[in-house]
Write a protein that binds this ligand. Structure first.
Ligand code: AMP
Ligand code: TRP
Length: 330
């Protein structure tokens, strides 16, 4: 049995990195796998959130998934906090995860920064909750962007530790699926930083809600070196390589094919073509997302129904785990 699970945080805007690194692959996997796609609000609260903004972002991200082509009749789409098993399983897994494993997590170090003692326990335990998300459904495949690779290795280690401790192969070891030419989309302002929801400059990213003229403008203004030709040299020309990767992911080609096609036409012609392609692919998505966001009742019903379906699977698996650990259900 192949089951896909993946998650996205309801914090800030969905951007091109989320779309090309993750969501586009999620859409494709619906044809071949049983899929659960989760808006991870419990992960979001590992850093301070405004309650009303968090609720709004949960709905907005849901609209983004649906607008991208996730079909809620086929896939299970829900927000994490509806299914209490995520937190319950996370607690059980916390109890068998050595601190040493968590101390290696680079994302915690980045997010906590220098004020490490001020960081919350939830932020530290974030990767264990992520393992619980996946294992609660015994998911076998997890499509994510490159930045989640370390967290997935930890999830595999935790699954293995639980299986060994209980003497039963309860959890399949989840396979990371890091797919496509744009698994790490970089900022449009700085080719050494990944495109992120939290960057203060809106010109660093293309939001899935951006209209056509904003998309075109951001691509036109994207920082590049001054070389006039199109060559693919990620080390020496990271900004140019990033735009080529984005083009390839949007057009469904390889970076090499894109580079070859534009090798005689010069960089500014390439940038114009990228602007047009991005508008063509993302414009309709933004329009559909704006339309869906007018229908809050529909979004809420999708999440409620998805939560119910997820709960069905979660309940059974959690009961099995609780029994193996020795928790009594009188
Ligand atoms: P997040 O927004 O951090 O919840 O990420 C949701 C999904 O998008 C995860 O699978 C990430 O790996 C992926 N993702 C986020 N930022 C990028 C990026 N700049 N490039 C590629 N994938 C990304
Ligand atoms: N940590 C992931 C991110 O920030 C989101 C996430 C939470 C996730 N739980 C997950 C991804 C389970 C895959 C599987 O991108």
């Amino acid at each position: 049995m192949n089951r896909v699970f993946s998650g996205v945080q309801p914090t800030g805007n969905l951007h091109l990195g989320n779309y090309l690194g993750a969501i586009k692959n999620w859409v494709a996997m619906q044809a071949t796998h049983d899929c659960l796609y989760c808006i991870v609000d419990l992960h979001a609260i590992t850093v301070p959130q405004d309650p009303a903004a968090l609720r709004a972002a949960t709905r907005e991200v849901t609209a983004g998934l649906l607008a991208s082509g996730i079909d809620p009749k086929v896939s299970i789409v829900f927000n994490q906090s509806q299914v209490k098993g995520h937190a319950a399983l996370a607690w059980i897994l916390n109890c068998l995860t050595p601190l040493g494993w968590l101390n290696r997590m680079t994302q915690f170090k980045e997010k906590a920064g220098k004020a490490r003692d001020q960081a919350g326990l939830g932020l530290y335990a974030y990767p264990v909750l992520m393992a619980a998300d996946i294992l609660l459904y015994k998911a076998t495949h997890v499509p994510v962007g490159e930045d989640q690779k370390q967290h997935l290795e930890l999830a595999r280690d935790i699954a293995g530790a639980f299986n060994r401790q209980s003497g039963v192969e309860v959890f399949p070891l989840p396979e990371p699926m890091i797919l496509g030419p744009a698994t790490r989309v970089m900022s449009l302002r700085d080719g050494t930083k990944k495109m992120s929801k939290s960057d203060t400059s809106d010109y660093s990213r293309i939001n899935l809600t951006d209209d056509a003229s904003t998309i075109a403008l951001k691509i036109r203004k994207a920082k590049t070196d001054s070389e006039p030709t199109v060559t693919y040299e990620p080390k020496r020309r990271p900004e140019a390589a990033n735009l080529i990767d984005i083009f390839a992911a949007l057009s469904g080609e390889t970076a090499e094919a894109v580079t070859r096609r534009f090798s005689d036409s010069g960089f500014s012609a390439f940038k114009n073509a990228l602007g047009e392609l991005a508008v063509e692919k993302l414009g309709p998505l933004a329009a559909e997302m704006r339309r869906l966001m007018q229908h809050q009742d529909y979004i809420d019903e999708v999440l409620r129904a998805g939560g119910e379906r997820a709960q069905h699977i979660a309940e059974r698996n959690l009961a099995e785990v609780e029994n193996l650990v020795g928790l009594l259900k009188p």
